[in-house]
Design a protein around this ligand. Structure first.
Ligand SMILES: [Zn+2]
Length: 132
């Protein structure tokens, strides 16, 4: 892959491995898979999460995997309790809206960071997100 960071590089970029970083990273990876961008400018993302840690850690995950970055202006963050990641391929106009499942949020909030990392790592993409 010519662009986008590995999860290990994402951890270096963000500073630590946490469940919300993983969730954003997974959302960006799904979007790349579904929307097949040809380069690092093509995807645009709107992240709708509460604008505070740990939820906002997911923003760094999206930046790492999807290369939707603040510097390039192809990511927008909206303070929201919707827990949604909306991706658009600017060329094809195709989009995908990934909504974090409520039961996942509940589980994450009941666990330590270490437990939550293991929990997210054990979930399939569609156990984390639903298309909305
Ligand atoms: Zn974090």
């Amino acid at each position: 892959m010519k662009w986008g960071l590995t999860i290990e590089e994402a951890v270096k970029f963000h500073g630590h491995l946490g469940p919300w970083l993983m969730i954003g990273y997974r959302a960006g990876a799904i979007a790349r898979d579904k929307l097949s961008p040809k380069d690092f400018h093509e995807l645009h993302c709107t992240v709708r999460v509460p604008n505070k840690v740990p939820y906002s850690c997911s923003i760094d995950g999206v930046q790492a995997s999807a290369s939707c970055t603040l510097g390039k202006g192809n990511i927008v963050v909206e303070d929201s309790s919707d827990f949604e990641f909306v991706f658009v391929n600017a060329t094809t106009k195709e989009s995908v809206k990934l909504k974090l499942r409520r039961d996942v949020i509940t589980e994450l909030l009941s666990k330590s960071i270490e437990e939550a990392v293991k929990y997210v790592a054990g979930l399939g993409d569609w156990e984390i997100f639903e298309l909305s």
